[in-house]
Design a protein around this ligand. Structure first.
Ligand code: ATP
Ligand code: MG
Ligand code: MG
Ligand code: MG
Length: 437
């Protein structure tokens, strides 16, 4: 993409309404624009990052055997009356009336709707296990929307729902999502630790929150330092093999949110292993048995010929919150440092002297070679001061910068800079291209 043809509205000033660094950087780098409290438009750079996160989430859900669907944002109140949650959910639910005076709502989550889909089609245990997911906008009328997309009112969530014949197989479904989450967050470049957590309005008895440690996080957390270097399984993992050793390696080490904190157990750890920190909830997995299938009549015939309500779990990932969480975990005083897996472009190509024939020619050539090789390049082909160009590239945080000016070109060289470390190297054009492929 040529900067001259793109729409990248960066801000020079630090917006004063933004309290935390990710919110400031998202506004300054032109990722989002607030439209009303907790409701955002995604601008081109933000939209690209959001799409990259969705792609990774989707790949790992599919790998773990989940099947993608798409449910609507608007739901009927009647469905929620069946589970008893319509009244319980309270003011966080945005209630809407259509012109026929039918009660509708903007979905804060989809347990009821997916249970309705399931009960309409599935009759036999032979069709199980099944896990259906979608990536869809949710609405929760948060009391205090804040920190930008971190706590929005409209936000993008991946939510998956598993259906099994009994508790034992439902626990295996839970473990598959648990492991898929370890892999997903690892690929997104964040360290998310599964922690014992409170089940909140979803209900159920087994649940873990996946939490990224960050000083600005809203949750107080307590963990065993050794949880931080527990290995994440590779992509050769067999999701239908025995996952309990992997799950146990994480759950055996103390890690809990404030609500579930067990002071005595924590203090039994050697002092040097106790970590008290703050964190950001980027996902949560729940097993809740027959909480929805029982009242909603989602039953399948078992091998015994008898109908059984299915055992269910639900599994959420905060896709839009992750954009902010990744920035909280990866930035410096100059701006964002995107992990390569989610970066909106891999390379920022900087033309230091637009209008100088030799520099333009070299830049155009590099742009073409890299683009043809499938590398995403943002090409700064706009006239401007070198200082301002560097500052913008640092702010938007692309993993690599390729800096091209007449001085270097005179000796056949360009500069390549790694955003994460600031390291710069002068190399030939061919070497630069080879390094970026
Ligand atoms: P929180 O404790 O932050 O309010 P939650 O526990 O209510 O989140 P869940 O119902 O577990 O949220 O939803 C799954 C995921 O959706 C969360 O782990 C979080 O990453 C994301 N999420 C929830 N609420 C918001 C929000 N208001 N804005 C952005 N993301 C959110
Ligand atoms: Mg909440
Ligand atoms: Mg929570
Ligand atoms: Mg939660």
């Amino acid at each position: 993409m040529r900067l001259s043809r793109s729409f990248l509205p960066t801000l020079r000033e630090t917006p004063k309404e933004a309290e935390i660094v990710s919110h400031r950087l998202m506004l300054r780098a032109g990722l989002v624009r607030q439209q009303s409290a907790g409701i955002y438009s995604w601008l081109p750079l933000g939209q690209k990052v959001l799409a990259n996160i969705q792609r990774i989430v989707r790949e790992e859900q599919n790998r773990a055997g989940a099947i993608e669907i798409l449910m609507p944002t608007l739901q009927s109140a009647d469905l929620w009356r069946e589970s008893g949650r319509y009244e319980d959910y309270g003011k966080e639910m945005l209630r809407i009336e259509d012109r026929q005076e039918r009660e509708m709502l903007y979905g804060p989550t989809n347990e009821e709707m997916v249970t309705d889909i399931f009960r309409s089609y599935v009759r036999s245990y032979k069709e199980l296990p099944m896990n259906l997911y979608h990536i869809q906008w949710k609405f929760r009328d948060e009391l205090r929307p804040r920190f930008g997309v971190m706590r929005g009112r409209e936000f993008l969530m991946k939510d998956a729902y598993s259906f099994d014949i009994d508790e034992a197989s439902a626990r295996r479904a839970y473990n598959r999502m648990f492991v898929a989450y370890l892999r997903t967050f690892d690929r997104l470049g964040v360290k998310a630790i599964p922690m014992r957590a409170d089940s909140g309005p979803i209900g159920g008895d087994a649940t873990h929150e996946f939490i990224v440690l960050a000083a600005t996080g809203e949750s107080a957390v307590f963990l065993d330092k050794r949880a931080l270097d527990t290995p994440v399984p590779g992509d050769d993992i067999d999701f239908y093999g025995d996952l309990t050793p992997i799950v146990s390696a994480w759950t055996e080490k103390y890690a809990a949110t404030e609500e579930m904190h067990d002071k005595a157990a924590f203090e039994a750890l050697p002092e040097e292993n106790r970590v008290e920190a703050r964190g950001i909830e980027v996902g949560q997995v729940f097993y809740f048995g027959t909480k929805y299938s029982e009242p909603m009549g989602a039953k399948v015939t078992g091998p015994d010929g008898v109908d059984h309500p299915v055992h269910m779990g639900s599994y959420g990932i905060g896709v839009s919150r992750l954009v902010a969480a990744i920035i909280e975990a990866s930035h410096d005083e100059s701006g964002i440092i995107w992990p390569e897996s989610v970066a909106p472009y891999k390379v920022g190509l900087i033309n230091l002297k637009v209008g100088d024939a030799a520099t333009d020619l070299a830049c155009d050539g590099l742009y073409e070679r890299l683009t043809n090789a499938g590398i995403e390049v943002l090409y700064d082909d706009v006239e401007g001061r070198a200082g301002a160009k560097f500052a913008t590239m640092d702010l938007i945080g692309l993993p690599w910068q390729l800096i091209v000016g007449p001085k270097g070109l005179a000796s056949g060289e360009v500069e390549i800079k790694r955003r994460a470390t600031g390291e710069r190297e002068s190399v030939s054009l061919d070497t630069a291209v080879a390094k970026l492929l």
